[in-house]
Write a protein that binds this ligand. Structure first.
Ligand code: COA
Length: 182
């Protein structure tokens, strides 16, 4: 399943393409972006990331978008639903944005658009997100979109500063908050 273009107020989500590799590569070279991401992503180039994600999408395991500002067509980040199970109707959410664009509400808008798509078009019942302890910006983005913090897996990720806990967030169908609810 390939996503369709989703329009928000300030950004749009467009289906990820192989041609996005260079733009995403420049973002992934920034340690401030990758330090809270899973080890596999920290090691990848943009090309490797796009190939892996699109192969995964091709196998039916998820749907991937790039985040583009309404004003210009260039990818400034990505958001995807992956680990999709049609049986349990759930999937995991992952996203990142270019450092220079942080703090404008774009991730929150992207999360709302992607989750809306997940509930509507993928018929999901539940969306999950895993956040490394200390990633306050990401936790805040999820809370603004209506996610509940559900649990803590102790020392489940290894980063350069040692073992870090992972926080589990969940959003059920009907719980997604729009900008006006927030
Ligand atoms: C997490 C990330 C996607 C957020 O993107 P963004 O576009 O800046 O997010 P938004 O502007 O929509 O919202 C950020 C919120 O976090 C808050 N915030 C930012 N830094 C914070 C901090 N250090 N402590 C507490 N809150 C913080 C902002 O104030 C804002 O909340 P507000 O609207 O209530 O003021 C971006 O920082 C990023 O790409 N980080 C690196 C990759 C990453 O961590 N991905 C998620 C992995 S789970």
């Amino acid at each position: 399943m390939r996503g369709t273009r989703l329009r928000g107020q300030r950004i749009a989500l467009r289906p990820m393409a192989r041609s996005d590799a260079d733009a995403l590569d420049r973002i992934l070279r920034d340690r401030r972006v990758t330090r809270f991401l899973p080890p596999v992503v920290r090691r990848e180039s943009g090309g490797q990331f796009v190939r892996r994600v699109l192969d995964d999408q091709q196998r039916g395991n998820g749907v991937a978008f790039v985040i583009v500002p309404r004003a210009e067509p260039k990818a400034v980040g990505q958001i995807r639903l992956f680990h999709w199970s049609r049986e349990t109707r759930d999937a995991e959410l992952g996203y990142w944005i270019r450092r220079s664009e942080w703090g404008q509400g774009w991730a929150t808008e992207a999360v709302r658009l992607a989750c809306g798509y997940g509930f509507r078009s993928m018929r999901l019942h539940r969306i999950e997100a895993l956040v490394l302890d200390g990633n306050a910006a990401s936790a805040r983005v999820l809370e603004k979109a209506g996610f509940h913090r559900e649990g803590r897996s102790r020392q489940s990720e290894r980063v350069s500063r040692g073992w870090v806990d992972e926080l589990r967030f969940g959003l059920l169908r009907g719980e997604l908050k729009s900008e006006t609810d927030a």
